[in-house]
Each structure stands twice: as structure tokens, then as C-alpha cells.
Ligand binder design. Structure first.
Ligand SMILES: [Zn+2]
Length: 237
């Protein structure tokens, strides 16, 4: 029985390594977070780019309007100062038109100056958002590469361990013992056998009862920890 328990304990060492490698693969989630951060950063950049485009469009529109108003005003003024208008009603109407156009120009000038400032500020925001996006992209690419390399390495490790496991399983000829181990480790974070160290179970650290202790020295039955249920292995020569 002792040799069978030793073989089982060796098998468990491999199973623990396999479980650890699988847990490491499952923990490779950094790139997922960075991908999400990249999407959010990209969306923020697109939003500020859209705002910039809107301001720039309004600037161009205002500039065209100002040009057209200026032409109109010029024509009215030409007529006014040429002395071609003699009718006082027409004269006064022309003056009113010019005043209205001046007022409109004034409004547009104020708004356009505001827009120039907004365009400038928004361009700075676009540049900063672009630089942040670039940083996040670099980080995400790095993380994806790291995780892909790590996954490849760990999968190779697992397949090598799987080969070792087959050999270790073959060493456990007591099939009842093996089945018991398999069923216990399902509920005990991948471990089904524990050494007795200083009178305690290596798995749960609870003291072994003297009854179980005395049975362990007899070495003919499978003894399990009364606390965690793991198969107990007294590693003495
Ligand atoms: Zn235990």
C-alpha cells in the first residue's frame, strides 16, 4: 500500500502542476481589459474629432457668410455714395440695409472669434486623445503578444505534463485507490492525497486522530483525513 500511495503522491505532484498551468492560462486577462480601454479611448477620440469637424465647418460657413455680407454691403455703399439715389425713402432704406448688414457682420465676427478659440482648444484635445490612444494601443499589442506567448508556453507545458501523467497513472495499479483519488480531488482544489506531517494533514492542517494514526502505521487500508477527506500518506521508509 505504501508504494501505491507514494506513486499516487507523485501523480498528484503532476496534477498540481497541470492545475497551476491551467489557472495561469485562465488568469491571462490583461489584454482583454486593455482591449476594452482601447475601444473606450478610440470612442473618446472620435467624439472630440467630430466636435472639431463641426466647429471647423461652422468657421468655414461663417467666413463665407461674412464674405457675402461684405460684398452686399459694398454694393449698397457704392450706390449710396455715388449719389445715384435721390429718393429720400430709398436713401433711408439703403442706410437701414447697410446698418442691418453691419450688425449681422458684428454678430458673425464675435461668433467666429469664439469659434477660432474653440477650434484651437479642441485641436489640442484631439492631439492629446490621439497620443493616449497610441499609448493604449501599444500596451494592448504588447499584452496580446505576451499572453499569446504565455499561452503557447503553458500549453506546451501541459501537454508535456499530460504525457508524464499517463506514466504516473500507470504506476498506480490499485484502481480503487486511483478512483478514490480522482473523486476526492474534484472537491479539494485538485489534490486528493496529503502527507501526514507532524501529526497533521498536509492538505487542511488539521491534526490526525490517534485512531487514524494507529491505522496508518498498520499500512493495510486506505485512511482518509477526517476533516478534508483526502487520502493520507505517511511518508516513512
Ligand atoms: Zn485534511
Amino acid at each position: 500500500m505504501k508504494e501505491q500511495l507514494r506513486s499516487l503522491y507523485e501523480l498528484q505532484a503532476i496534477d498540481v502542476k497541470i492545475a497551476r498551468a491551467n489557472a495561469q492560462i485562465a488568469a491571462l486577462t490583461g489584454s482583454k481589459e486593455l482591449r476594452a480601454k482601447y475601444s473606450a479611448t478610440k470612442a473618446a477620440l472620435q467624439k472630440v474629432e467630430k466636435t472639431l469637424a463641426e466647429y471647423e465647418l461652422e468657421v468655414r460657413d461663417n467666413e463665407l457668410q461674412l464674405k457675402s455680407i461684405d460684398e452686399k454691403r459694398g454694393n449698397f455703399e457704392k450706390r449710396l455714395y455715388s449719389g445715384a439715389i435721390s429718393n429720400p425713402k430709398e436713401l433711408s432704406a439703403t442706410e437701414k440695409e447697410i446698418e442691418a448688414l453691419k450688425a449681422k457682420q458684428g454678430e458673425l465676427d464675435v461668433r467666429t472669434l469664439e469659434l477660432y478659440e474653440q477650434v484651437e482648444a479642441t485641436r489640442t484635445k484631439v492631439e492629446s486623445a490621439r497620443s493616449i490612444l497610441q499609448t493604449v494601443e501599444t500596451q494592448a499589442r504588447k499584452a496580446i503578444k505576451y499572453e499569446s506567448d504565455e499561452k503557447t508556453r503553458l500549453e506546451a507545458e501541459i501537454s508535456e505534463l499530460t504525457v508524464q501523467r499517463e506514466a504516473a497513472v500507470a504506476n498506480v495499479t490499485e484502481k480503487a485507490l486511483f478512483s478514490k483519488y480522482e473523486s476526492i480531488r474534484k472537491h479539494n482544489s485538485s489534490t486528493g492525497i496529503a502527507k501526514v506531517i507532524d501529526g497533521r494533514c498536509e492538505g487542511c492542517h488539521v491534526a490526525i486522530t490517534s485512531f487514524t494514526m494507529s491505522n496508518l502505521f498498520k499500512d493495510n487500508e486506505i485512511e482518509t483525513c477526517e476533516n478534508c477527506g483526502r487520502i493520507l500518506f505517511m511518508d516513512i521508509a
